[in-house]
Ligand binder design. Structure first.
Ligand code: 5GP
Length: 194
């Protein structure tokens, strides 16, 4: 998606350790015009699927998912990071390793908000090693619900998540795929044929 790629090129900052900072328009300050265009693009890509719910993960996925949800007219559920153990069995939970914080954490979704009747579009801001997405897919499967598609804003194509998730035969689309980035020159290369 050209608008997103242009913004990444203009405002993205490449940090050591394969981290792309996009705080000025996506992860801290949010450019709602951009979010609207991303929402429309997700609708174009997934509009033929019987989606009745969008699932994302806190915190950075929530804004993108909420704006996109207006084009699908469906509710958004976000997986919550949680410290407590699930004693009552009223939540689905999974373990995720954070790429940016380099630690394991548990995320949960209440059983009230996800069931076998749901047809889910998963949305997130970044795809790196694929751990967050695998966790979300795991939660959808635990609920007996169907993953209708996965929409990602920025995929780092030089990390393994994209191929891991595509091997699972799910309908994954990333709006921008970064194939290379250099923390010394700041240069970012995008994949042409997405
Ligand atoms: P994964 O689980 O695919 O390794 O990482 C996905 C999650 O890590 C995303 O939800 C995102 O919050 C965070 N993340 C991974 N790589 C980057 C990055 O380069 N920049 C930023 N800002 N977040 C990232």
């Amino acid at each position: 998606m050209k608008l997103l790629e242009d913004m990444i090129r203009e405002k993205g900052i490449v940090k050591p350790g394969n981290v792309l900072k996009v705080d000025s328009f996506l992860n801290h300050q949010m450019d709602i015009n951009l979010f609207n265009e991303m929402g429309k693009e997700f609708k174009r890509l997934f509009g033929d699927r019987p989606i009745n719910k969008i699932l994302t993960i806190e915190a950075s996925g929530i804004g993108i998912a909420c704006v996109a949800a207006q084009y699908f007219n469906v509710p958004v559920v976000f997986a919550k990071k949680s410290e407590s153990i699930n004693i009552d069995g009223d939540v689905y939970s999974t373990q995720i390793t954070s790429f940016t914080h380099k630690r394991e954490y548990q995320v949960i979704v209440s059983k009230k908000y996800l069931s076998e009747e749901d047809h889910v579009l998963i949305i997130d801001d970044f795809l790196a090693n694929g751990c967050a997405l695998q966790g979300l897919i795991d939660i959808v499967q635990s609920a007996g619900a169907t993953v209708e598609g996965i929409g990602i804003a920025i995929e780092k194509g030089f990390q393994e998540g994209g191929s891991l998730i595509r091997e699972m035969n799910v309908n994954l689309h990333s709006l921008a795929i970064v194939d290379a980035m250099n923390d010394e020159t700041g240069e970012i290369t995008f994949r042409e044929d997405k």
